[in-house]
Ligand binder design. Structure first.
Ligand SMILES: Nc1ncnc2c1ncn2[C@@H]1O[C@H](COP(=O)(O)OP(=O)(O)OP(=O)(O)O)[C@@H](O)[C@H]1O
Length: 303
C-alpha cells in the first residue's frame, strides 16, 4: 500500500516536489530495447538523437514489465537487469511504473516485495554501517516488522535507481563476503554482495544508470541489459494527447512539433516533451503574437 502511495504521484521534469501528477494519467509507453546501442558521442546532439530514433531492425523491443521474464528458449533465469539510458529518457519513470503496476496487483505478481532504493538517497548513509535488514528499515520504515527469515523466503526485487548518481566505489574484485542479512558492513559491501548473489541469491536486482556510469557493474554479474530509448514518433504524439484534455490544443502542439524538425527530433527524450508541452501550452493559450519556438534554444528562452 505504501509503495503504491509513493509511486502513484510523480514529480515531472525539474518541478519541485509537491507538484505531484498522477503517474497513470501522464505515463506514456516508452521504447525500450534489449541490448544497447553502440553510438559514439561525437555527433551534434540533434544528429545523434536522429540516428538513435531510427529503429535498427536488430533491436529487440521489450516491455518494461517484462524485463525479468525469460522471453526465448536461449535465455536462462534473469536475476540482474541493468537498464541504461541518457538523462531525462524515462528510467525513473519506468521504475515508478513497474513498481506501481506491481503494487496495484497488475503485473509481476510472482514477486513478493518490490524495494526501490534511490542511489542518491543511499549516498546519505555512505559512511554508516548497516546490515541489509537495517538498511531496509531505514528506507522502508513500513517494513519495521519484517524479519530476517522473511527476506530469505520471499521473492524480493531490489531496484537501485540512478547508479550514475551514486558516490560509492563498488569494489567487485576485493571485498568482504556477506551472506547473512543481519551481518553489519558498509553499504558498498552490501550492494556488491547483493549484486553478485552472495547475499539473498534468489533476490532480483534492477539497476538503472546513465551509460557513462554503467561500467561499474561487471558484465559477468548482469543477465540482461536493456536500454530506454525514449519515445517513438507515435509515442511522442500519444504523450501530448494524454497530457492535454483540450484536444484542439494537443493537435496544434503536435502539428507545430511535426513542422519543426529539430523540436520533433528532440522530443525523442521525454523530458524535452515536458518542456515543449509547458512552453507551447503557455504560448498558445495566452494571446501571443510572437513566433512559436522552432529550436531547443528558442524553447529554453521561453521556459
Ligand atoms: N513514460 C513517460 N511518460 C510521460 N512522461 C515521461 C515518461 N518518462 C519520462 N517522462 C518525463 O521526463 C522526465 C524525466 O524522466 P526520468 O526522471 O524518468 O528520466 P531519467 O532517465 O531517470 O533521467 P536522469 O538520468 O536525469 O535521472 C519526467 O519527469 C517526465 O516529465
Amino acid at each position: 500500500m505504501s509503495l503504491k502511495r509513493r509511486c502513484e504521484h510523480v514529480t515531472e521534469g525539474t518541478h519541485e516536489a509537491g507538484s505531484g501528477t498522477l503517474l497513470n494519467k501522464i505515463y506514456t509507453e516508452l521504447y525500450i530495447t534489449e541490448g544497447q546501442s553502440e553510438e559514439v558521442d561525437t555527433q551534434h546532439e540533434v544528429r545523434q538523437l536522429e540516428r538513435t530514433s531510427k529503429k535498427n531492425i536488430e533491436d529487440t523491443p521489450i516491455k518494461c514489465q517484462d524485463i525479468f521474464k525469460v522471453l526465448s528458449e536461449q535465455q536462462r533465469h534473469i536475476r540482474v537487469v541493468l537498464t541504461n539510458g541518457v538523462a531525462g529518457v524515462g528510467k525513473t519513470f519506468s521504475v515508478q511504473k513497474f513498481s506501481l503496476d506491481w503494487a496495484e496487483g497488475l503485473e509481476n505478481q510472482d514477486i513478493s516485495l518490490v524495494l526501490p532504493l534511490s542511489c542518491r538517497e543511499l549516498n546519505l548513509i555512505r559512511d554508516e554501517q548497516h546490515s541489509l535488514l537495517s538498511l531496509l528499515h531505514v528506507f522502508h520504515p513500513t517494513l519495521q516488522k519484517i524479519r530476517a527469515e522473511d527476506l530469505t523466503v520471499w521473492k524480493l526485487l531490489f531496484i537501485f535507481d540512478g547508479l550514475d548518481e551514486s558516490r560509492f566505489s563498488l569494489g567487485f574484485n576485493k571485498h568482504q563476503l556477506i551472506s547473512d542479512v543481519t551481518q553489519v558492513s558498509s553499504v558498498e559491501v552490501l550492494l556488491v554482495n547483493l549484486i553478485q548473489g552472495n547475499l539473498l541469491p534468489s533476490a532480483l536486482i534492477w539497476i538503472t544508470s546513465r551509460p557513462a556510469a554503467a561500467h561499474q557493474i561487471p558484465p559477468s554479474c548482469v543477465d540482461r541489459i536493456t536500454e530506454v530509448r525514449g519515445f517513438t514518433d507515435s509515442q511522442k504524439e500519444e504523450y501530448f494527447r494524454r497530457r492535454f484534455s483540450d484536444e484542439d490544443l494537443s493537435k496544434r502542439i503536435i502539428s507545430h512539433i511535426k513542422a519543426s524538425r529539430s523540436l520533433h527530433i528532440m522530443c525523442l527524450i521525454p523530458v524535452f516533451c515536458w518542456i515543449t508541452a509547458i512552453v507551447l501550452e503557455d504560448m498558445m493559450t495566452r494571446d501571443q503574437r510572437g513566433e512559436l519556438p522552432q529550436t531547443l534554444t528558442d524553447l529554453y528562452s521561453h521556459f
